[in-house]
Design a binder for this molecule. Structure first.
Ligand SMILES: NC(=O)c1ccc[n+]([C@@H]2O[C@H](COP(=O)([O-])OP(=O)(O)OC[C@H]3O[C@@H](n4cnc5c(N)ncnc54)[C@H](OP(=O)(O)O)[C@@H]3O)[C@@H](O)[C@H]2O)c1
Length: 279
């Protein structure tokens, strides 16, 4: 039996679909804090709330392999992930695949710290585990393109850093492959086959939109202030600008092609995601 924790999220839904396609719906359990969100998933759904440890052992009963999708409550995640790992051990889960961050052990991106601590918890757990060290999603860059096109400018603090992103669907496929095939101990550095700079990205947006769009690089603090200015909460603005600035040092770059090898096809080019977003 396989389980996906965080199955109601954007990556989780895709991973669930990939897993069902590989092993069949009768061998998959979807875990979510709000099962109603998965009413249409076509698999058994169990309540599993990372903040309510009492839900976790029952949710994992009979599960041998668990895909633990990192939560989105930045700052609370180490305790949440620890609760899941502890419950997995108690419930007799044999292997956990965890969605970490690219090059977690050396990453200077602020968000990496909670992933490093979760990886340490997995090592200490005695369970077999697989690290899916995901790079950035293409969708992080294409989620709000309309205002950028309208203003003819994409702002950031990424300088000329190379970004090797891939789609959520690419990472979801890798998660399903790894969950099914891993022996334990694998560390996958997962990123897109091709890298772009933010100037390359803006040029592609301009090409697809048919109007001039330039990349405007700014100091990290100015970028954070600009994000706050358009309504982002302060801590999210800081987090986004930190990740952008660190990407100027190639922290989101990897050319191992591990992701495409794992999924047996090329990763989705950023141009394709831009075209879909602007269609
Ligand atoms: N690589 C990247 O570029 C990137 C970008 C953003 C985030 N991430 C990380 O990757 C994860 C997956 O990405 P995503 O795009 O799928 O994010 P998402 O759509 O926000 O999904 C997050 C999932 O975590 C679940 N969750 C949050 N708190 C929970 C709790 N207390 N108990 C149980 N489940 C909980 C959410 O459940 P609900 O549906 O109930 O909210 C949801 O299923 C994120 O959570 C984050 O850690 C990576």
């Amino acid at each position: 039996m396989y389980a996906v924790a965080g199955a109601s999220g954007q990556l989780g839904r895709l991973a669930l679909g990939e897993l069902i396609g590989r092993v069949g719906a009768d061998k998959v359990v979807a875990l979510a804090r709000d099962p109603a969100k998965l009413a249409d998933a076509g698999v058994a759904v169990r309540v599993a709330d990372y903040d309510r440890p009492e839900t976790l052992v029952p949710a994992l009963a009979g599960v041998e392999r668990l895909l633990l999708i990192s939560g989105n409550a930045v700052g609370a995640r180490v305790a949440q992930h620890k609760a899941v790992i502890d419950a997995a051990r108690e419930a007799g889960v044999k292997l956990i695949a965890y969605t970490s961050i690219l090059h977690a052990d050396s990453s200077t991106i602020g968000l990496a710290e909670e992933h490093r601590q979760t990886e340490a918890l997995l090592r200490e757990s005695g369970l077999a585990f697989v690290l899916l060290r995901n790079g950035w999603y293409n969708e992080n860059y294409t989620g709000a393109l309309a205002p950028s096109v309208a203003h003819g400018a994409i702002i950031g603090a990424a300088g000329t850093g190379r970004i090797a992103s891939a789609t959520r669907a690419d990472y979801a496929a890798a998660a399903a492959v790894a969950l099914v095939s891993a022996q334990g101990g694998e560390v996958y550095e997962l990123a897109g086959d091709a890298a772009f700079t933010m100037a390359d990205f803006a040029a592609e947006v301009a090409q697809v939109a048919g109007k001039p769009v330039a990349y405007v690089d700014m100091p990290k603090a100015d970028y954070a202030a600009a994000l706050e200015g358009v309504g982002l909460p302060g801590f999210i603005a800081q987090m986004v600008s930190d990740s952008s600035f660190e990407s100027s040092k190639d922290q989101l770059f990897d050319d191992s092609h591990t992701l495409s090898r794992l999924i047996g096809r090329p990763t989705t080019p950023i141009a394709e995601t831009i075209a879909a977003a602007l269609a």
